[in-house]
Design a protein around this ligand. Structure first.
Ligand SMILES: [Fe+2]
Length: 187
């Protein structure tokens, strides 16, 4: 995270990082405990990436593309589907056959989302959106990711947002999303 260039460069680099983690999972035999470790890492990357896209990319898509509303709605639907898969994945250990099915499903969902963005959406946006606006959004995405939590930090349980990440009850996906979007900050 925190790469450089305009918003499209930034998000494409995120995609490559996610694909690298998928590759590591695929390279390990079913049941290997590290598959779960990488699945949790990829979940954190994907939630952070989705929140950034929803906050900064899709509003620009709606603004600059004539069919932007329909595209943004469809991409957000893709995110919700992947998020449900990640939530289901949270409760499964690496030696559970259901883990293998769910991680396979997540890879299929994310790879098609990535291909769709990189082959259709990003080239179109690049053509119509002012370069300065895309640079500005790149900076905003980087700033959002810098302040975003990476992992629960047990040494600082009283300092937000770490305390939210450690809050019992909610799953990993919800905790990351809430901490990133500031949701629940007032309770
Ligand atoms: Fe993306």
């Amino acid at each position: 995270m925190g790469h450089g260039g305009n918003v499209i460069n930034e998000l494409v680099t995120d995609h490559r990082e996610v694909e690298e983690l998928f590759g590591r999972i695929e390279a390990l035999p079913p049941g290997d405990k590290d598959r779960k470790v990488y699945a949790e890492q990829v979940t954190m990357e994907l939630v952070r990436h989705s929140v950034a896209e929803e906050a900064y990319l899709y509003p620009a898509v709606r603004e600059y593309l004539p069919d932007g509303d329909a595209i943004a709605d469809r991409e957000i639907e893709d995110h919700s589907r992947a998020e449900r898969t990640m939530k289901d994945l949270e409760g499964r250990e690496a030696d559970d056959p259901e883990f293998d099915r769910l991680i396979g499903m997540l890879m299929t969902e994310i790879r098609s989302h990535v291909a769709d963005e990189e082959e259709n959406l990003f080239p179109r946006l690049l053509q119509v959106a002012p370069a300065g606006a895309l640079d500005d959004l790149g900076e905003k995405v980087r700033r959002a990711k810098r302040t975003a939590p990476t992992r629960p930090h047990p040494s600082a349980p009283d300092t937000p947002p770490a305390n939210k990440l450690l809050a019992p009850g909610a799953g990993l996906v919800d905790r990351i999303r809430d901490a990133l979007s500031g949701r629940g900050e007032k309770d």
